[in-house]
Design a protein around this ligand. Structure first.
Ligand code: HPA
Length: 282
């Protein structure tokens, strides 16, 4: 699975991003300033949007097709509770064989279209022993353990060569999320997320390593996207749904279908939280 960029150096990343953004501007009309990346099991939020304009990835120049069961691929512009919102339903993962550049393509395209705030969601394994299945963790910081970075290569205009990453997840947005969680009665944990390459789940020894590296939750997305978003100056906020205890923290075996099922079953709390955060944003 390769994009034109990966296949053919003659098409620059700038052209790739520009072509996708131009196409979407024509199809979606006015672009909301807030976007959300919907992780496993969270597609329902896109279905609740009003006045939705939908564009499937297959129609967007240079967007590859998603290959993961349960991740549909479309961008949806509309409103949620009356607030304009752009939803990215389905993401590209490194474990599908995509380059970090491709994983970050939707983020860069959304930034190009005028998005300024990015909310990301994912499913993750719980490393912190007090996390129960279905817990929600706001990401306070991350470790990118994929050894991939979407910013390698020529610097894209509008991005920095060496972006600061001292506050990857916006402190003011996190304050808003904590307030919304408490006012809506949504239990919200906070911790460090570690992104690994996948697709195999971790061994117990790898989870012990991640724990020593300071991680509270482990998954296969998000950090690479946040790096590209920060390079463009987007404000980021991210939430993990803890779908399972991480490998070795219990005797349980991991199963993707079960991860998806749990993510969908407990998505109500996350939807209430996201609804409140979107409503609270200026
Ligand atoms: N590990 C990695 N990714 C995941 C997990 C996990 O335990 N659960 C959901 N996504």
């Amino acid at each position: 699975m390769t994009t034109t960029t990966e296949r053919d150096g003659a098409v620059t990343r700038v052209e790739t991003i520009g072509a996708a953004a131009d196409y979407l501007a024509g199809r979606l009309g006015s672009i909301p300033e807030v976007a959300i990346v919907l992780g496993s099991g969270l597609g329902r939020l896109a279905a609740r949007m009003e006045g939705a304009r939908r564009v499937s990835y297959a129609e967007i120049p240079h967007f590859p097709a998603t290959t993961v069961v349960g991740h549909q691929g479309e961008l949806v512009a509309g409103t949620l509770g009356g607030k304009p919102l752009l939803a990215q339903s389905g993401r590209f993962h490194l474990y599908e064989g995509h380059a970090a550049d491709t994983v970050a393509l939707p983020v860069r395209v959304m930034a190009q279209l005028g998005v300024r705030t990015l909310i990301l969601t994912n499913a993750a394994g719980g490393i912190r022993r007090t996390f129960s299945r279905g817990a929600l963790m706001m990401i306070a910081d991350h470790v990118n353990l994929t050894f991939r970075n979407p910013l390698t290569g020529p610097v894209i205009p509008g991005e920095e060569r060496f972006p600061d990453m001292s506050e990857p997840y916006d402190a003011a947005l996190r304050t808003v999320a904590r307030r919304v969680a408490s006012s809506r009665g949504v239990p919200l944990e906070e911790g460090v997320y570690i992104q690994v390459l996948g697709p195999s789940y971790e061994t117990p020894a790898e989870v012990r390593m991640a724990e020593r590296l300071g991680a509270d939750a482990i998954g296969m997305s998000t950090a690479v996207e946040v790096i590209a978003a920060r390079a463009r100056g987007l404000r980021c906020l991210a939430f993990s749904t803890i779908t399972n205890p991480a490998s070795g923290t219990t005797a349980e075996r991991l199963d993707h279908a079960e991860v998806m099922e749990v993510a969908a079953r407990v998505s109500g709390d996350l939807e209430r939280l996201v609804d409140g955060v979107v409503a609270a944003l200026p």
